[in-house]
Design a protein around this ligand. Structure first.
Ligand SMILES: O=C(O)CCC(=O)C(=O)O
Ligand SMILES: [Fe+2]
Length: 433
């Protein structure tokens, strides 16, 4: 797994685009107005050429993009870890359906567990995190592991299909057509099409799924929770602050490193490990990156979603009416790596057009109640080659082909799957991997 370690170290080591477009400076009021109106000038559409050695963005808000401006997405995802999309054609988000399914009696929910115990199909729970979820997959029209309710099934299928179509459209924006020499990249006719995101992803649903999630204090399993007192879990707090979010990041780092590591005891000692000493733990999802191409999210209040940018800066990502939030998954980094490079080669594969996967976490403030969310994951077929890496084997030049299935498998094999975390190393103040 040495390549992965090297890769993570370089990718997430405060790497910035070499020549990022400079965000336009707006006052707080202007920003708020731009957000409320879905102002097309925010974020700026210009591709300023002045080099900046400061942060990728000086804004503390995530951009809101209008559906008619999807062509800006490739640039925006190098500047921001996420964006809201307004003016999209999606139907109402199936949050009532999420609540409908996830508040069924436990014995009914148990019948929706995948026979092979898949965590990306049917019903699952992580009781010690105060979280449960149900995954819809389009196989057999999504009729397996679901409930017998036509309204539920219709709304679920519809939202999934339309969201996937939207994410595929966004992928198409990464594939530009270049005009005649000297004119740069344009939408001009007759030019050469540059494929960044494989066409197969744009044409096929692949291994895409949709998830309904519920975060609630009532999900905690009192008997299991921290029985040993050593399990690394999220911090305890009476309010949610950046500190709490950082703790969600650092504690999951401890859990990933502690398993199978000879350093586990010292790491656990040095890491904020919460127990029930204050009588409460927060419903949460630890910091992670999604391993697909793009993820579309929508949620109820209370807010609780946070995203990290490539410098470790945290953005709150509360739900905004009529918008969806879109973030990048690991495969975006494979596809947008520097020309001819695989991200598995590390730093040299990251250039100004490289989109890094969005680190995100959820933590629900104490007393805030329940949160429901919907996440649609655009993922390719498992055998799709996502990047190629030139390497020497027994003195011979070889090309190592990374498929999506292998990527997901190798990432999953790292305990806790917390490996692709940009912010986490910085936030936890810990040593490099
Ligand atoms: O609940 C959310 O908003 C995020 C869920 C998520 O990140 C995931 O399921 O991968
Ligand atoms: Fe996620």
């Amino acid at each position: 797994m040495a390549w992965l370690k090297a890769h993570l170290k370089t990718l997430f080591n405060n790497k910035k685009p070499k020549n990022p477009p400079k965000p336009k400076r707006l006052t707080r009021e202007e920003k708020g107005k731009a957000r409320a109106l879905g102002d097309t000038e925010y974020p700026p559409s210009s591709t300023g050429s002045s080099a900046s050695s400061s942060a990728v963005t000086d804004s503390d808000l995530l951009p809101i993009l209008h559906y008619t401006e999807l062509n800006l997405v490739p640039q925006i995802l190098t500047q921001f870890p996420a964006f809201y999309l307004v003016g999209h054609p999606l139907p109402a988000p199936p949050l009532p359906q999420a609540k409908q399914l996830l508040t069924l009696p436990d014995d009914v929910k148990r019948t929706l567990v995948h026979p092979g115990k898949s965590t990306v199909r049917g019903y699952n729970s992580a009781k010690s995190s105060g979280r449960e979820w149900w995954d819809y997959a389009p196989e057999d029209g999504g009729t397996r592991l679901t409930i017998d309710d036509e309204g539920f099934k219709g709304a679920t299928k519809e939202y999934f299909e339309q969201s996937i179509a939207l994410l595929q459209r966004i992928c198409g924006e990464f594939n530009t057509t270049s005009a005649v020499e000297g004119e740069g990249e344009t939408e001009g006719e007759g030019g050469e099409k540059k494929i960044v995101v494989p066409q197969d992803i744009i044409d096929h649903v692949g291994f895409s799924t949709m998830r309904y999630l519920r975060y609630s204090p009532v999900i905690f399993d009192e008997n299991k929770e921290n029985a040993s007192g050593t399990t690394a879990v999220a911090a305890i707090a009476t309010t949610t602050s950046n500190e709490d979010v950082k703790a969600v990041g650092s504690s999951s780092r401890a859990s990933s490193k502690s398993t199978g590591s000879s350093k586990s005891s010292s790491i656990q000692k040095d890491t904020p490990v919460s127990t029930k000493e204050n009588g409460y733990t927060l419903p949460r999802m630890e910091a992670h990156t999604d391993h697909g191409v793009l993820t579309l999210m929508t949620a109820t209040e209370p807010s609780g979603l946070y995203v990290w940018d490539r410098n470790g800066k945290i953005f709150s990502a509360p739900p905004i009416d009529n918008t969806v939030l879109i973030i990048a998954g690991d495969l975006m980094t494979h596809f947008t790596a520097a020309e001819g490079k695989s991200p598995l080669e590390g730093e040299q594969a990251v250039d100004e057009k490289t989109v890094l996967p969005t680190v995100h976490a959820v933590v629900i403030p104490k007393g805030a109640g329940e949160r429901y969310s919907v996440a649609v994951f655009l993922r390719p077929k498992k055998d799709l080659v996502v990047s190629r890496r030139a390497m020497k084997k027994d003195g011979k030049d070889e090309v190592d082909e990374m498929t999506f299935g292998r990527w997901a498998q190798e990432k999953g094999d790292i305990k806790g799957r917390r490996c692709w975390m940009l912010g986490q190393e910085k936030l936890s103040g810990g040593e490099d991997i």
